[in-house]
Write a protein that binds this ligand. Structure first.
Ligand SMILES: CC(=O)N[C@@H]([C@@H](O)[C@H](O)[C@H](O)CO)[C@@H](O)CC(=O)C(=O)O
Length: 401
């Protein structure tokens, strides 16, 4: 009943995956169970409020690797069911340490009618060279030969440093369903070479470091998969449009604005994807601080951005905050990806409200965040002039000195 692609014998996307792809969170109840009931609203929110019509499910942001196989299957089913006729493409991440599990997930994705599958490198017993990795990917892809296959390159989290450029060399001979690369790394030499050496092919090059997307567009990215498109989708689209019409100054303004925002989050010591708020599956992230967000937006959407309130739970109990606090070394080690310096901020310092107000005015994406999150920013310190826009005047930021 789910099938959208079963009749396909060859992997060819109904259209090339491009533009923005939201790496979806997996909504949880306050008891750490998956809250399937809000996924329908989540779809509507992405489409209507963020203008984002592609999703990447069960990836890093979605905590795919912290879910059981049956949970991953159910989450995928829910997205496909609720996203049908609303979303353009639903790509399911099916990477796992066990080849059998990965194959099972791939097969399942095909059966339910997903639009593509993506796979990370196994990260415990790691492939030691390109051929070993390709063989693993090939076996997974073979379990769903009719589905477009994307390699998900995220070396800082998997620890598998095989360069994507090397991997792509001749990949379609081994994996006929290969359609593209999701590149979550800052090595633009590697990314650029992937594009350059495959110009004759119609691969999708999807960049996964949201704060550097503009640089990747210059290198030839055809789209982007990321956590921030859940709430900065509109804003990022403006950047894509400016880039498209070759208005590079405006595109740069947008990218800087997004960077400032991500920088805010990083300085809070938080993972950007947490801004949508949720209970994380990772138990050690639990803090005993309690908070409930009652803002209209959170209630309507079922999200409690930044506060960990589980979507759609309305029993009035205070929800535990599962967000990593500034003192949470677990968060930093887990997020290990972070090349960011999450140094503690001095909360007694005054916020430069002019910077903040200007930032807020110029960023419609922020309106999709909970006022409590916005408020939280007001509590953090931001030394006068520390937002790096002093030398970058534009229409949007002209109020900032
Ligand atoms: C490590 C990580 O979570 N990276 C994010 C980015 O979107 C990231 O949150 C963003 O660039 C902010 O740093 C994505 O690449 C992850 C992603 O696409 C996924 O959830 O699978």
């Amino acid at each position: 009943m789910f099938s959208r692609h079963l009749s396909n014998s060859m992997a060819s996307p109904k259209k090339k995956l491009q533009g923005l792809v939201a790496a979806t969170i997996t909504p949880m109840t306050e008891h750490g169970e998956i809250n399937f009931s809000v996924i329908g609203r989540y779809v509507d929110y992405l489409v209507e409020e963020q203008g984002v019509k592609n999703v990447f499910v069960n990836g890093t942001t979605g905590e795919g690797l912290s879910l059981s196989i049956s949970e991953r299957c159910r989450v995928a089913e829910e997205w496909v069911t609720k996203g049908r006729n609303k979303l353009d493409q639903i790509v399911i991440h099916v990477g796992a340490l066990s080849l059998k599990e990965s194959q099972e997930l791939a097969q399942h994705a095909a059966e339910i009618g997903a639009d593509g599958i993506a796979v990370i490198a196994p990260f415990f017993l790691k492939p030691w060279n390109k051929d070993v990795l390709i063989n693993f990917l090939k076996e997974v892809a073979a379990a769903a030969p009719a589905l477009p296959f994307y390699y998900y390159h995220i070396p800082a989290l998997t620890g598998v440093k095989i360069r994507a450029e090397e991997l792509l060399d001749g990949i379609q001979d081994k994996i006929p369903s290969f359609q593209g690369l999701k590149f979550s790394d800052t090595d633009l030499l590697d990314f650029g070479q992937c594009v350059d050496q495959n110009r004759q092919r119609q691969f999708a090059f999807l960049f996964g470091v949201d704060e550097q997307l503009l640089s990747a567009l210059v290198m030839g990215a055809t789209g982007a998969v990321g956590s921030t498109y859940n709430y900065l989708g509109k804003k990022t689209k403006q950047m894509l449009e400016a880039f498209e019409r070759k208005d590079f100054s405006s595109a740069l303004n947008h990218q800087f604005c997004i960077q400032r925002f991500i920088n805010f989050v990083v300085k809070l010591g938080k993972f950007p994807s947490l801004l949508l708020g949720r209970v994380w599956r990772l138990p050690r992230w639990h803090s005993d601080k309690e908070s409930t967000c009652q803002c209209r937006r959170c209630k309507t959407l079922g999200f409690d951005p930044g506060l960990g309130r589980s979507p759609g739970v309305g029993n009035g109990n205070p929800a535990p905050v599962f967000l990593p606090g500034k003192k949470s070394h677990e968060q930093r080690s887990l997020a290990g990806y972070i090349p960011w310096d999450c140094k503690e901020l001095n909360t007694t310092e005054q916020l430069n409200t002019r910077c903040w107000e200007s930032f807020r005015e110029s960023n419609e994406g922020l309106s999709s965040l909970c006022p409590r999150v916005q408020q939280e920013h007001l509590l953090i310190s931001c030394k006068q002039g520390s937002i790096p826009n002093a030398n970058f005047q534009s229409q949007s930021y002209k109020t900032v000195k």
